[in-house]
Design a binder for this molecule. Structure first.
Ligand code: NAP
Ligand code: HSE
Length: 436
């Protein structure tokens, strides 16, 4: 059987996992790919560090260029993360006619347009299944499995760390910082965990999913992004009383006015399947106009799960080694000259329902004043929950669920409500999605 040499850039959680999966399933992978995949070289910052995989037969170096420039290596797997030196190393590998696999969603979201063009120019493949939703083969599902469809919308829990934190907070009442530390120890979090917590990682993935779904160039700058750091146990509890779960969701939707791309905490009816996706698990709902709604579920982070996606890309490349990369599935699933630049809606022009929580003085007329302002701005109320103050003189909490509202109208109404003497502090607002 033909031996195909692979060079790894990065030997941490995903790099180590990739070596382990290739070793553990060597025979099965060879039977599928028709090649013997051998990791011959790998780079890391510190080659004396203990690794989660066996490195006996791998030549280690701190100089990634040695890996990229090795003439015997046909496929480079970039698992170091970050923009540089990852981008320059990938461009160098592509220019040398080497295929590249990466799990680096930040790099694809920010520089994918340039990198895919470089891959096409050099007649090689740049594969990135592991960049989105860990082990779930979501790129393959959208790019190939759903290619008959005009995709209308997608919504996903696409950050394992964030979902793990929200689940542990809800189920065990754990403190945010403790759970984040646990996620880091388990290898789920990004090198800079604010990427997970503030929604940047999910926004990278959403940007790629939107381009794959709608056939448009990558446009990370236009993804509206909110993280989970401001979610309080109080809101988790009140949402549950109203029959909802709070999830950190990425949503991409085509509307008549343009495309929505947004990442934010979201109330989802608890009976929806995706509301029950817990821990490090991810799920992506994709609505196609032929198939209807489909959902893809699986582990969103971790060494072996992510390695599963990396190795699947390696197998795909092995199957293409004798052909032309021009006949491979296009990087974003649409012919590169058929990508369309679509209008992207600013968040103020997006319509969603809202969960609102207000701290108000416990006196007559307060509720009437608030509901009058909402009504005057054309906002109707679906549900109301009022919580009496815990002690004499303290604020009452009023929780409102609105109907679908244009975000700019809601902003106007909340400015008026927040300026009432009876309202204390800013109104907590979380979007609500029924996902139907
Ligand atoms: P990690 O555990 O921190 O591993 C990064 C590896 O890259 C380490 O081995 C590190 O060396 C090496 N490295 C970093 N900078 C380097 C440089 N300048 N030169 C040479 N080596 C360098 O990170 P990870 O969790 O495996 O993530 C890797 C990539 O996969 C990232 O793009 C991440 O977003 C993506 N990803 C991760 C997961 C996950 O569950 N962890 C899932 C999907 C995608 P040292 O070990 O010596 O420090
Ligand atoms: N930090 C990422 C997450 C890794 O938690 O989802 C997988 O992309």
């Amino acid at each position: 059987m033909k031996v195909v040499k692979v060079g790894l850039l990065g030997l941490g959680t995903v790099g180590g996992g990739t070596v382990n999966v290739l070793e553990r399933n060597f025979s099965e992978i060879s039977r599928r790919s028709g090649c013997e995949l051998v990791v011959s070289r790998a780079s890391a910052r510190d080659i004396s560090r203990a690794r989660i995989c066996n490195t006996d037969n791998i030549q280690l170096t701190t100089d990634s260029n040695e890996v990229v420039n090795d003439p015997d290596i046909q496929i480079i797997v970039e698992l170091m993360g970050g923009e540089e030196p990852a981008k320059s190393l990938i461009l160098s590998a592509l220019a040398q006619g080497k295929h590249v696999v990466t799990a680096n969603k930040a790099l694809i979201a920010l520089h994918g347009n340039e990198l895919f063009a470089a891959a096409a120019e050099n007649n090689v493949i740049l594969a990135y299944e592991a960049a989105i939703a860990g082990g779930i083969p979501i790129v393959k599902a959208i790019r190939e499995g759903l290619s008959a469809n005009r995709i209308e919308w997608l919504a996903g829990i696409i950050n394992g760390t964030g979902n793990f934190i929200l689940t542990e907070m809800r189920d065990k009442g754990s403190a945010f910082s403790d759970v984040l530390q646990q996620a880091q120890e388990l290898g789920y979090a990004e090198a800079d965990p604010t990427f997970d917590v503030e929604g940047i990682d999910a926004a990278h993935k959403l940007c790629i999913l939107a381009s794959l779904s709608f056939g448009m160039p990558l446009n990370f700058a236009r993804v509206y992004t909110e993280g989970i750091s401001k979610i309080t146990p109080l809101d988790v509890t009140y949402a549950e009383e109203l029959g909802y779960r709070i999830k950190h969701l990425g949503v991409a939707r085509r509307t008549e006015d343009g495309v929505e791309m947004r990442v934010h905490p979201t109330l989802i009816p608890e009976k929806r399947l995706i509301a029950n996706v817990d821990g490090v698990m991810n799920a992506v709902l994709v609505k196609g106009n032929a198939v209807g709604a489909t959902m893809y579920y699986g582990p969103g982070a971790g060494a072996d799960a992510t390695a599963s996606a990396v190795v699947a890309d390696l197998v795909d490349i092995c199957r293409q080694l004798d052909g032309s990369a021009a006949s491979a599935v296009p990087a974003l699933g649409f012919a590169s000259d058929k990508l369309e630049t679509l209008a992207i809606l600013p968040i103020e022009q997006v319509k969603t329902a809202f969960y609102l929580r207000l701290s108000v003085q416990d006196k007559a007329g307060v509720m009437a004043a608030m509901t009058t302002i909402l009504a005057n701005n054309g906002i109707s109320i679906e549900a109301v929950l009022q919580k009496e103050p815990k002690q004499q003189g303290a604020d009452a909490q009023v929780i409102l669920l609105t109907d679908c509202v244009l975000e700019s109208d809601l902003i106007l109404a909340l400015e008026q409500i927040e300026s009432l003497d009876s309202t204390n502090g800013a109104v907590t607002r979380i979007r609500v999605e029924s996902l139907q």
